[in-house]
Design a protein around this ligand. Sequence first.
Ligand code: NIG
Ligand code: FE
Length: 422
Amino acid sequence: MTFDYKLKLENASQLVIVSKNKPFLVGKEMSDIEILENGTIIINNDGIIHDIGSSKEMEEKYNGKTFENIIDCNGRAVLPGFVDGHTHPVFSGDRVHEFAMKLAGATYLEVQKAGGGITFTVNHTRNSTEQELYDLLIPRLDRMLKSGTTLIEAKSGYGLETETEMKMLKVLHNAAKKHPVEIVSTYLGGHSIPKGSTAHEATQDIINKQLPELKRLKDAGEISPSNIDVFLEKGFFEYEDTKKILEAGKQLGLELNFHGDELSYMKSGELAGELGARAISHLEKVSEEGMKTMAATPTFAVLLPTTAYILRLECPPARRMIELGVPVALGSDFNPNAHCLSMPFVMNLACVLMKMNMNEALVAATINAAASINKSSTHGSLEVGKFADFVILNSSKWEHIIYELVDPPISHVVKKGSLVFS
Ligand code: NIG
Ligand code: FE
C-alpha cells in the first residue's frame, strides 16, 4: 500500500520552528526563536518536511490524504532533533578510575602525564579491532538518539598513527550507513603527541603519511571525513604545527574545526581568522581579540560545558561571545573524560554554568550546531525542505527539555520521518 505522505504530527501544542531562512543566528537573534502554537507538520515519503501550519489550516488542506503514520501531539511540544557539535564516540577502554583521581584533585594534565587520559585510550583503541570499535559505538549512538540527538560531529583521534586513525574513520563511515543518528566525521590525527615522538615528528607523520592515506581511502569511498581537527595546546600541538596540519587538511578540501584555548591561551581565534576555520571548540581561555576575529570570519564557537564541569575549569565567556556576534554552538564532547551523551543536559549546563538563556541554548544545540558542521541547509530547524528530524515532548512547553534535569520528558524521537524512539 502506498500513502500520500509518510507522517503527520498533528495538533502539537508548540512547534518550535527555531528560525526561518537563516543559516545560523548570532547576538540578540539567538534569544528570539520562532514558535507556532497549535500546529501540524506534514512529512513526505522521502522523510522531508513538506508543510507546516496551524492545525486548523492543515486539517482542511490535507483532508482526505493518506498518511503512513500519524502522531497525536496534543499536549506536546515538538522540537527539531538536536545536533551535537563535538563528540569523540569511537574508543575502547574505561577511564572511570580517572574520574576518581580527578575528584581527588588531579588535573587533566596530571592524569595525562601519569599515562592516563588520551594516551590510555589510544593504547586500548589501537588494540581493538574495527568490529570491536563498531560494536562499542552503536549502543552509544542509541543512547544519544534516546536523548533526542539526530546529527553529530564525530572525531577520530585515538590512534595517532595511520592505521588506527583510518580504522576509526571507517567505523564512523560504516555506522553512519546503518544507524539513524547521522554522522559528520572529523579526522583528528593531531589529538596528542604519540609516545616516543616529538611534536615535529608527529606533524610530519600526519602531513606525509596519515593525510595521503586519508585521501586515498576517501577517494575509494571507504571513509568520509569532512573536517580536520587538531588539539592546539601547550605540550600537544602548538601554533606553528597546528597551522601546518590545518593547512595540509585544507588543501585536501577538509574544513577546519579544531580544539583551542582550552587549558591555555593559544591564539586560537587569531589562527582561525588567518586560515578561515569553520569552528573552534572549547575556548575557555580565548582572548577578546580572538573572539572579535571569530565574529568577523565568522568562526563558530563550539562550547562544551561538560568539560568545564568535569574538570572544574572556568567556563568559556559565552555571554561576551554572544555580545560580540560570535556564532555559538554546543556539543557534548562525549569522550572517556566527559562521559555525556545527552544534549538536554548540555543545554542545562550551558544555561546554569555559562549563563545562556534557554532560547540561546536551544539555538546553539540545533541550527547553530548544524551550521558549525555545514549542515544547516538541511538540519537544525523546522522548515519546509529540511529533514524531518524531531524530538516530541511529553510536555506542552518546550522549555521542559532543559528544565527537567537527568530524565527530560521525551516521548518520541523521529529521524527522517521514521519513528526511531518512543
Ligand atoms: O575535547 N581536549 C582534548 N580532547 C578531548 C578529551 C579527550 C580525552 O580526554 O580522551 C576534549 O575534551
Ligand atoms: Fe574534544
